[in-house]
Design a protein around this ligand. Structure first.
Ligand code: ATP
Length: 469
């Protein structure tokens, strides 16, 4: 009964909210009703979503439920977990309407950051050196978009309330060049801005391994331990490099526990979800999941354009919109490559003294563009999509309309529209001589499915990655 009530509530929220908000925050919630129907528990995938939903949507959810049901309303709860496997209740159980998140562990120590004033530059510089942070990687220089918004919000939250329960460790994961390191440094820089006395240490996981080996060799392992356990925030990049290095993992495991117990913040990055990293100990993988893990995806077109504009502005170069679009449409795999392309365009401008326009970009990026064009043909898209869905390429071209081939065909058409410069009629022609309206319908349908069905969005992103990396 209560679950049915929740379904009706979902339908109402779906109508009310922008689809992006609905899909991001409301759709992932799972529901379970107590046997007597007196309690309805909503499960969110992580602490961050719990806080966000509680803050932004819980009141409205309560109202809608009230409007939908005339009798006594079930008590509403919001927790981390899933309806199949609730998390231990100590982690985050909060009856609604809930009070703001409270760090629940008595020994959590939150460095006093809020009231500190920014430090004079030289001192900032000295600290920069000591903490090894890149001062250019800040929140101000980070461009937000759909693909990184949750990660950025989580990072901001950590910068404002370091070592909060549920946000420690913060783990950012995703493919190369997507801004994980940037965001991690942004937190470190913000921690230092708020408290110049904070001891923020950034290092690559390989550095940790190398330092540990030399400490063992020089019999200074105790100092090594003391140093890493004395920090306010420890930022370790690319933890996938710990894989297979058992002794380093052992040491890191102890450091990690000591820091968490003392309420010191840990931020980690990884090139994939840590559970998928072979050669990482299970206990470490499970520890990493104690806090908040946020994926970072390749940025979509609009964000790529915004990033280019921002980087051009930082370089004091005027990059017209059409030029930014032109580059962003062609360089899709990651932000580092986007930056590389822009750097080449800027070098070309400085060298020739010409204005930036499409002609100049074509010239500056000619080999890159040619490479992309070779890689992303409709044939290639059809091959990759057929392989992904385990169907024959001929099925994509055939008149068959069964769901098992119609959906992949629509996805392949949408990808052809997004990744190539072929027109709708040309794409239709390449898919067994279909009409351009069929291609248009496919593109719209896929967009709508991607917004409403996370699995299809995941398939689409994964195909995009395969085709563009
Ligand atoms: N959203 C963004 N806004 C502005 N710059 C960005 C953004 N994302 C990435 N960048 C820039 O792209 C470059 C690569 O980012 P970064 O080094 O953080 O990637 P990464 O995900 O850590 O990759 P890797 O795993 O290869 O280390 C950096 O120069 C960074 O400033």
């Amino acid at each position: 009964m209560s679950e049915e009530l929740w379904q009706r509530c979902l339908t109402r929220l779906e109508d009310e909210l922008p689809s992006q908000q609905y899909n991001m925050w409301i759709r992932p919630l799972q529901v379970a009703a107590s046997a007597d129907g007196a309690e309805l528990t909503l499960f969110a995938p992580n602490r961050f979503v719990v806080d966000w939903v509680r803050d932004k949507y819980m009141d409205r959810i309560g109202e809608v439920l009230g409007e939908l049901q005339s009798g006594a309303l079930p008590q509403l709860r919001l927790e981390v977990g899933s309806s199949r496997m609730p998390a231990p209740s100590a982690q985050s159980s909060s009856p609604a309407p809930a009070s703001p998140a409270t760090p629940s562990s008595g020994h959590m120590r939150t460095p006093e950051l809020a009231e500190s004033k920014p430090q004079p530059t030289e001192l900032g510089g000295a600290r920069k050196h000591r903490s090894n942070l890149n001062t250019g990687f800040t929140f101000a220089t980070f461009v937000e978009g759909k693909s990184n918004r949750m990660a950025a919000a989580a990072a901001q939250q950590v910068a404002e309330n370091p070592a909060s329960h549920g946000y420690n460790p913060l783990l950012l994961y995703g493919g190369v060049g997507l801004g994980k390191t940037h965001l991690m440094h942004a937190v470190g820089n913000e921690l230092l801005r708020r408290n110049p006395n904070a001891k923020v240490v950034y290092l690559h996981s390989e550095r940790f391994v190398a330092d540990m080996i030399s400490a063992l060799r020089n019999k200074t392992i105790n100092e090594f331990k003391r140093f890493y356990r004395s920090v306010d925030a420890l930022l370790i990049d690319d933890i996938q490099f710990f894989a297979g290095k058992e002794q380093s993992q052992e040491e890191f495991f102890h450091t990690f526990n000591a820091l968490l117990e003392n309420g010191q913040q840990i931020i980690l990055t990884c090139d994939k979800f840590p559970k998928e990293v072979d050669g990482l100990e299970e206990r470490l993988k499970s520890r990493f999941g104690w806090g908040l893990s946020q994926p970072m995806e390749p940025p979509e077109l609009e964000t790529r354009v915004a990033i280019l504009k921002k980087k051009a502005e930082e370089a004091k170069v005027d990059l017209p919109n059409d030029a930014a679009f032109f580059i962003a449409q062609r360089i899709r795999s990651n932000v580092r490559e986007l930056e590389g392309a822009l750097r080449r365009v800027i070098a070309h401008v400085r060298f020739t003294g010409a204005q930036i326009d499409i002609g100049l970009i074509k010239e500056a990026l000619k080999d890159l563009i040619a490479l992309q064009a070779r890689q992303i043909s409709i044939d290639n898209i059809q091959r990759v999509v057929a392989e992904y869905y385990k169907i024959k390429i001929n099925d994509l071209l055939s008149p068959r309309r069964t769901r098992s081939v119609a959906r992949p065909r629509q996805v392949a058409m949408a990808l052809s529209k997004e990744l190539t410069s072929h027109s709708l009629p040309e794409i239709g022609e390449n898919f067994g001589g279909r009409d351009h309206t069929t291609v248009l319908h496919a593109c719209r349908k896929v967009l709508q499915l991607r917004e409403s069905n996370p699995e299809i969005e995941e398939d689409y992103q994964s195909l995009l990655r395969t085709l563009t990396s």
